[in-house]
Design a binder for this molecule. Structure first.
Ligand SMILES: [Zn+2]
Ligand SMILES: [Zn+2]
Length: 141
């Protein structure tokens, strides 16, 4: 059993699998249906049309696109701008190229931390235990 503050409204609620309360979840679900219906009703709508027509935050719409909750097959005019290079993208905040580039950078970062961090962590630990033994020795005196 655990309680948490809702990520959206800040209210204390009984935490289930998500970090938002039931009210906000219902609210979000309603917004999602609004967007879905709008996309269905206006196949040629642009992303601006959708945000204006449904009054749903762009941030949420992009999130649903990234989660593949929203499919854009019937809506060829929904085009987003890549946050990194400005290219057109229909898959989320980043275009496919930037996405794979960033993923590769992350992999390299992981390799670096694995090689770089481990020895320093080990030496920090041995330093600590050395200090510990030293103070123990001092205590005994
Ligand atoms: Zn809430
Ligand atoms: Zn890009």
């Amino acid at each position: 059993m655990s309680f948490a503050n809702c990520r959206i409204c800040g209210k204390l609620f009984y935490r289930t699998t998500r970090d938002i309360c039931l009210d906000c979840r219902t609210d979000e679900e309603g917004k999602f249906l609004r967007v879905k219906k709008y996309l269905h009703a206006y196949p040629s709508a642009t992303i601006d049309d959708v945000t204006l027509g449904t009054e749903v935050e762009l941030r949420l719409i992009i999130l649903w696109i990234e989660q593949r909750k929203l499919t854009l097959e019937q809506n060829p005019n929904i085009v987003l701008e890549c946050e990194r290079c400005g290219a057109d993208t229909r898959t989320g905040r980043l275009c496919p190229e930037c996405r794979s580039e960033l993923r590769q950078q992350l992999v390299h970062q992981d390799e670096r931390t694995m090689m770089g961090e481990q020895p320093s962590l080990a030496s920090a630990k041995s330093e600590l235990s050395a200090k510990y033994h030293l103070s123990r020795r001092r205590d005994r005196r």
